[in-house]
Design a protein around this ligand. Structure first.
Ligand code: SF4
Length: 401
């Protein structure tokens, strides 16, 4: 899959059929991404397009099928449209023809529940000017709103500026998570096992991201496999400031890295950068409360071909069963839109680092569990906890801010 495409902020366009969603998406993208016609329900599935949005960088526009689609396949399409909310960082809810009612309320509510910044747009104002009732509806919603015609370039520019402003409010995830931890001239050792679960010929995104962030701090990076870690440490004139390991190698790496050197994992750094670290830390205690037969759900934000050494399907379930000595029902769900059918049976959710997801997408994904008070934690944090080193591995965040 194209990891980098998923890593970009997603803008979801929602509304009834024929409100001009596709025209708006096409105008923003500057090309015909979606088929536009006067026929109701022309967009039958979600369509994604990557574009450069002035002031916000690269984004993915998601054009969705109308939520009032009453055709034979309508139910499936509406389900897909609702799934698109899980991917959405900023939602644009579109109204036209002065039709504003329960459908729009529902879309606004979906955004609100997930804390998704929302823009309400009255479209086709040139064809059917907004009336007082619709204006009141828009004013009473908590969303920012715009009245426009998708065919007017100035109007569309206004929308793109508003989207960019909403995106720029999301600062934490674009911050460098290492910036208060390492400084110019420090050495950072990264431990990246290359086993059968490693992709062929490249590093995975969490590793690439941390190398880049260390370089942005003008630190020196030394990347090794676990077997070479001792040799790498011996070769340095002074100890590294930080060792970042793949969480799977925690037990081994913890024994080698002197206690005076900070140790953490790629997954913990991602949890700190874009996840809800405190929520994840709170969820760790649930590991000790698991009972025979309990369902534990591993959530992975990307879809990758599982291997015999797969972390979410093989290694983490084995560690959990060994640590708890319980017969657990461990399941893995990949991607950002699929979910377990009956989540009420889930006793613990373990989320991966989510390197391909945005902060908002991770929030969207976990929201159904959080709203049902189902404990949630993170891959790396759970592994550190089960190895008795969570305190050590999270020290850097509390010592260095
Ligand atoms: S499983 Fe999660 S952390 Fe690992 S590569 Fe996929 S999205 Fe990134």
């Amino acid at each position: 899959m194209d990891l980098h495409r998923e890593d970009k902020p997603h803008i979801g366009f929602f509304g009834r059929c024929n409100t001009g969603k596709s025209t708006l998406v096409n105008m923003l993208a500057g090309q015909n991404v979606s088929i536009v016609s006067q026929t109701k329900g022309t967009t039958t599935d979600t369509v994604k397009k990557t574009m450069e949005l002035f002031g916000a960088g690269s984004v993915v526009l998601i054009d969705t099928a109308g939520i009032d689609d009453a055709s034979q396949l309508g139910e499936k399409r509406v389900e897909k449209t609702m799934q698109a909310f899980n991917l959405t960082d900023v939602s644009v809810v579109i109204i036209s023809q002065n039709l504003a009612g329960s459908y729009e309320q529902d879309l606004l509510q979906k955004s609100k529940e997930r804390n998704i910044p929302c823009i309400l747009v009255y479209n086709k104002n040139d064809e059917c000017p907004v009336n007082e009732q619709t204006l009141r509806f828009m004013q009473q919603s908590e969303a920012d709103f715009l009245i426009l015609s998708a065919l007017d370039k100035t109007d569309v520019k206004q929308l793109s500026e508003l989207i960019a402003a909403k995106l720029n409010q999301r600062e934490r995830e674009t911050e460098n998570v290492l910036q208060n931890i390492v400084k110019q001239g420090d050495t950072v050792v990264m431990v990246t096992p290359i086993d059968t679960s490693a992709p062929k010929g490249r590093l995975i995104l969490p590793q690439v991201k941390m190398i880049r962030q260390a370089l942005d701090c003008h630190a020196m990076c030394l990347t090794v496999q676990p077997d070479e870690l001792q040799q790498a440490l011996n070769s340095l004139n002074r100890p590294p400031k930080l060792v970042i390991t793949d969480s799977q190698a925690f037990e081994y790496v913890n024994k080698i890295v002197p206690r005076s050197v900070y140790l953490t994992s790629f997954s913990l750094l991602l949890a700190k950068q874009k996840g809800n670290f405190n929520l994840y830390a709170k969820g760790l205690g649930q590991i000790d409360r698991l009972c025979d037969g309990d369902t534990v759900l591993m959530l992975e934000s990307c879809t990758h071909q599982p291997t015999c050494e797969d972390i979410g399907r093989v290694k983490l379930p084995a560690m959990l069963k060994k640590y708890t000595s319980k017969q657990l029902n461990c399941k893995a769900v990949a991607g950002l839109t699929d979910n377990e059918k009956d989540i009420s049976k889930v006793k613990l959710v373990i989320q991966c680092g989510g390197c391909v997801a945005s902060m908002q997408q991770l929030k969207n994904r976990l929201q159904p569990f959080v709203s049902m008070n189902i404990p949630v934690t993170n891959y790396g944090m759970a592994i550190a906890y089960m190895n008795g080193i969570f305190k050590r591995c999270s020290e850097i965040f509390f010592t260095n801010g």
